[in-house]
Design a binder for this molecule. Structure first.
Ligand SMILES: CC(C)(COP(=O)(O)OP(=O)(O)OC[C@H]1O[C@@H](n2cnc3c(N)ncnc32)[C@H](O)[C@@H]1OP(=O)(O)O)[C@@H](O)C(=O)NCCC(=O)NCCS
Length: 144
């Protein structure tokens, strides 16, 4: 059987991304709310206000996205982490998360939080990059 070529994917630390590309990537995940439904202006605002935005590119195609919000001193939160379905299971999600964590560490931000879905998969994924689970409760007050 012919093995699939592992694509060469470049990571970029930049907020200069076309909103349509971001929307397309989030749509590919099957998510139809939030970013996939935002206007270009809302996406630009989201990018501008994020502390850090990492993107993954296969040539001209946006295939991964990871962002963090932060106070710039004490802590940050992984806010969006998505890999295009065709590129999953190749280590790209791990690469994005690793680079996000390493960049925050270089900026002397000691704590990086991540919200994972329940279940073993998310646990193993985050542990691999050095995150450990907290026995905290997460509270959300939705404005919608
Ligand atoms: C989570 C995600 C970014 C991983 O990207 P990836 O490029 O496939 O990641 P890697 O190849 O580095 O690692 C694969 C691992 O992802 C983990 N994974 C799969 N779905 C996951 C999920 N919803 N949440 C957390 N981890 C997940 C699995 O443990 C998998 O390990 P396995 O290969 O042993 O099964 C990707 O599955 C994705 O975009 N999912 C939809 C968006 C999402 O749920 N994001 C929130 C993450 S909390």
């Amino acid at each position: 059987m012919k093995r699939r070529r592992r694509p060469v994917v470049r990571l970029l630390n930049s907020k200069r991304i076309a909103p349509a590309a971001v929307r397309e990537l989030f749509r590919s995940t099957g998510w139809t709310e939030d970013i996939a439904a935002y206007s270009p202006q809302q996406i630009q605002k989201l990018l501008r206000h994020s502390h850090l935005v990492l993107t993954a590119w296969d040539d001209e195609k946006l295939v991964g996205f990871a962002s963090a919000v932060s106070d710039g001193v004490l802590c940050g939160l992984v806010q969006n982490l998505v890999v295009h379905p065709d590129y999953r299971g190749t280590g790209l999600g791990t690469r994005l998360l690793r680079q996000l964590a390493a960049t925050m560490r270089r900026q002397d931000i000691p704590c990086l939080y991540a919200l994972g879905t329940r279940g073993k998969k998310a646990g193993a994924f985050f542990r691999r990059v050095g995150f450990h689970p907290l026995n905290w409760k997460v509270f959300l007050r939705s404005a919608r």
